[in-house]
Design a protein around this ligand. Structure first.
Ligand SMILES: [Zn+2]
Length: 443
C-alpha cells in the first residue's frame, strides 16, 4: 500500500467483536472491504472518522430464512424487497436469503430464478436465494447441478403440505440427501409429519390451531430424517425448529450428526410467543406454520440454545386486515414478520452468546464465509454499530405490515447504525440507504 494511502472511513473506539470476544480496535474501510484493523488510538489517514465509544461493533447480520413477495393466491405477504430490506437494515441485517418459488421439474428453475432476480433489484442489502422444490418428480442431480451453477448450494423441501402438492416424496428426499453428500449442497427441510397433520381431525378453530399441527408431527419427522442421514450421510438443515423436545431427541440419539450432518435453525417467535395467544381475541394475528408451542416446549427450546446453529426469521407478514379477514385458521394466511427486531429480541434473552447465530454460523453453513459473517481484514465491510444500553419499544417499524407480533414490548439494546460494504444504510437510526444490494453467489 502506498505511503499516502487514505482510507474511506474508520470506526474508532468501539468494542469490536472478533473471535467470539470483544477488543478495543479501530476498523479502517476502503473499496467496500475491511482493509485494516489496528489497536484503538493508532490514527491512520482517513476521509471519515466515526466515533463508536461505548458501542459494540458486530459483523453485519445474516438472516438465512426470509420470504419476500410471498404469493399465496388471495394473499401476498406485505413486504417487497424495498420494505423488507429497509426493515432488515434497521435490524442490522446486511444479507438475507429468500426462497425461489417451489418447482416440480428442472425446467421451471430458470424462470423462478429470473423472477426473483427482478424482484430483488429493489434491495438495499445483499441477498441470495434458496432453491425450493414441491412434489419434485424430476432428475435430482440435474437440478442440484443447475442450482449450484447459479450460486445456490441449498435446496429446500417440505415433508408436509400434500394438500397443495408441495410434499416431497421420501424417495426423492433420500435422493436429495444422498446427493448433498456428494456435491456439498445443503438440503433445507421443513420437517412436519404429513400423516399426523392430515389425520389430526382437529376443529378448524384458532383456539386449538396448535393441535392441528402438533409437536409430535415435528418430533417424529425430525427423527425420521435423522435416521435417514445416519444411514446415507449427506447434509440437512432443519428450518424453523419449534420444540425443545425435537432437540432433546437429536442430542440423545444422533449427537454425532449434529454440527456435521444436521444443522438446526430456529426463529425468535418460538422463544417469545406461545400457543396461549391462540385463545385470545386476536389469536389469528399469530397464525404461522409450524405453530407456536406450549410454554413448556418454549422453555426446553431455550435450554437447547447451544444446539441451535442459526436464527432465521421466516419473515412473512400479512396485514391485520388480512389476518382477521376470515375466522377459520385454514383460511388465514400463515406467517409473521420479525426481520427488524430479530437480533435485538434474541440479544435480550441470551446476550452476547447469540451473536454467532446471526453471523459466523449462517455464513459458514450457507457458504457466505469469509466474505460475510466476520470482522477481519479482506471481508466485506458489513458492520453493525450496536448500543447495548439504549431502550426501544417495538412497533411495526419499517415493514409495510401494520403490526408486529411483539408490539409494545420494551427491549434493551438497539442497532444504531448499519453499514453495507462500507456504505451506511442506517446512520444513527436514520435511513440513508440506496439500492446497492447485490446478489451473492454462494459457491
Ligand atoms: Zn419459511
Amino acid at each position: 500500500m502506498k505511503k499516502d494511502f487514505i482510507y474511506n472511513m474508520s470506526l474508532v473506539n468501539g468494542s469490536v467483536y472478533r473471535n467470539g470476544d470483544f477488543s478495543l480496535e479501530d476498523i479502517y474501510i476502503s473499496d467496500q472491504k475491511i482493509s485494516k484493523i489496528v489497536p484503538s488510538g493508532k490514527i491512520l489517514p482517513c476521509k471519515k472518522i466515526v466515533d463508536c465509544s461505548n458501542k459494540l461493533i458486530l459483523p453485519g447480520f445474516i438472516d438465512p430464512h426470509v420470504h419476500i413477495n410471498l404469493d399465496l393466491g388471495e394473499f401476498k405477504s406485505s413486504d417487497n424487497y424495498e420494505s423488507a430490506s429497509k426493515a432488515a437494515a434497521f435490524g442490522g441485517i446486511t444479507t438475507f436469503i429468500d426462497f425461489l418459488e417451489p418447482i416440480n421439474t428442472v425446467k421451471e428453475f430458470d424462470e423462478k430464478l429470473q423472477k426473483k432476480h427482478k424482484e430483488a433489484e429493489l434491495s438495499f442489502i445483499d441477498y441470495s436465494f434458496h432453491t425450493t422444490v414441491g412434489n419434485f418428480k424430476d432428475d435430482v442431480e440435474k437440478l442440484v447441478s443447475k442450482s449450484l451453477k447459479s450460486g445456490i448450494p441449498s435446496i429446500k423441501l417440505f415433508t408436509t403440505y400434500s394438500e397443495s402438492n408441495r410434499r416431497c416424496s421420501y424417495e426423492k428426499i433420500r435422493e436429495f440427501i444422498k446427493n448433498s453428500g456428494l456435491t456439498g449442497s445443503l438440503i433445507l427441510v421443513h420437517a412436519e409429519n404429513d400423516e399426523i397433520i392430515v389425520n389430526s381431525k382437529v376443529e378448524d378453530n384458532t383456539a386449538v390451531y396448535e393441535n392441528s399441527r402438533p409437536k409430535e408431527a415435528e418430533i417424529e419427522e425430525i427423527e425420521k430424517l435423522a435416521q435417514m442421514v445416519a444411514e446415507i450421510k449427506g447434509r440437512i438443515y432443519i428450518v424453523h425448529v419449534t420444540c425443545g423436545s425435537s432437540l432433546d431427541l437429536l442430542k440423545e440419539k444422533y449427537s454425532e450428526l449434529l454440527q456435521h450432518n444436521i444443522f438446526i435453525e430456529s426463529c425468535p417467535q418460538y422463544f417469545y410467543l406461545n400457543k396461549e395467544v391462540y385463545k385470545t381475541e386476536d389469536g389469528n394475528l399469530f397464525l404461522l406454520a409450524p405453530p407456536l408451542r406450549s410454554k413448556e416446549e418454549q422453555e426446553k427450546l431455550k435450554k437447547n440454545i447451544v444446539t441451535i446453529n442459526t436464527i432465521g426469521t421466516d419473515h412473512a407478514p400479512f396485514t391485520k386486515e388480512e389476518k382477521l379477514r376470515y375466522t377459520k385458521p385454514s383460511q388465514v394466511p400463515k406467517g409473521l414478520g420479525s426481520l427488524e427486531y430479530s437480533f435485538t429480541l434474541m440479544y435480550n434473552l441470551f446476550g452476547e452468546s447469540i451473536i454467532p447465530k446471526y453471523t459466523i454460523n449462517p455464513a459458514l453453513i450457507h457458504n457466505l464465509f469469509p466474505r460475510k459473517g466476520i470482522i477481519q481484514e479482506g471481508s466485506d465491510a458489513d458492520l453493525v454499530i450496536f448500543d447495548p444500553e439504549r431502550e426501544l419499544i417495538i412497533d411495526s417499524g419499517h415493514s409495510k405490515c401494520d403490526y408486529s407480533p411483539y408490539d409494545d414490548l420494551k427491549i434493551i439494546g438497539v442497532v444504531e447504525s448499519t453499514i453495507l460494504r462500507g456504505n451506511f444504510i442506517v446512520e444513527e437510526r436514520k435511513f440513508v440507504g440506496s439500492k446497492l444490494g447485490q446478489y451473492i453467489k454462494r459457491y
